[in-house]
Design a protein around this ligand. Structure first.
Ligand code: MG
Ligand code: MG
Length: 246
């Protein structure tokens, strides 16, 4: 899993270098496709089907621009100064999966958008810092939620992190909020668990809708920008090990 995670990290680092006005998310996807093929790995998102989607996901990367929260399809539209793009990459290498996402700035972004990115990235780092055996996930999720809401932003409810291993999406569900009406899905962290932790944060309200008839891009209902950061992390005896680092 460390090898799969390192490949994802290398891809995202390379994509980050491309993030400037004029580049397209299709250009980013092409680079990811090439790196994945060269490594002998498999792109996990390509071919994914959902109940709502009109066709299987057609790319290696999810590229979600501005008000798109997740599941944006790479396109030939040029990114502009002030845009943000969440780039999510998942691969399988030697039978094991890695999954990570980062939200990139295109040129200068507004102060508010910069704060959205900082708060979301800090929420992920805060969560990772709390991961250790015998901790209830709800304690971590509550801290993510509190951090985001204290900044005046909202945590997306419809999409959550996940266990990861031989498959990209394994049990348990790893939410970024607490649902006081449903504590049954809570779980205790144990050494050897591997989780994809991925806060999705909206600048405005938490509600999301599908952005078009394809059933793929998920957008904020109020049109406000959204940010998304993700790491694949292993729970260890001593705490935590981030697998999606170069
Ligand atoms: Mg991901
Ligand atoms: Mg994920």
């Amino acid at each position: 899993m460390r090898l799969a995670g390192a490949l994802v990290a290398r891809i995202l680092a390379r994509i980050a270098e491309m993030a400037r006005p004029g580049v397209t998310t299709a250009d980013m996807n092409a680079v990811a496709e090439e790196m994945i093929a060269k490594a002998g790995a498999q792109a996990l998102f390509r071919g994914v089907k959902t109940r709502q989607a009109k066709f299987p996901f057609p790319a290696a990367l999810c590229t979600s621009v501005n008000e798109v929260v997740v599941h944006g399809i790479p396109s030939t539209r040029r990114l502009e100064e002030g845009d943000i793009v969440s780039v999510d990459c998942g691969v399988r290498l030697n039978g094991y999966c890695g999954d990570s996402a980062v939200t990139l700035r295109i040129g200068q972004v507004s102060h508010g958008v910069q704060r959205l990115l900082s708060v979301t990235q800090d929420a992920l780092e805060l969560a990772i810092g709390l991961i250790r055996p015998k901790t209830w996930w709800s304690d971590v999720a509550g801290r993510i939620q509190a951090h985001v809401e204290a900044a005046g932003f909202s945590v997306v409810r419809e999409f959550v992190g996940h266990g990861i291993g031989r498959e990209m999406h394994e049990e348990p569900k790893v939410p970024n909020y607490i649902d006081p009406r449903d504590r049954r899905q809570d779980f205790m962290l144990r050494s050897g668990m591997v989780l994809a932790v991925e806060p999705m944060v909206n600048m405005g309200a938490a509600a999301v809708v599908y952005g078009d008839a394809t059933g793929w891009p998920v957008v904020t209902q109020d049109g406000s920008p959204a940010a998304h950061f993700e790491h694949t992390v292993a729970v260890t005896d001593g705490g935590v090990d981030i697998l999606t680092l170069v």
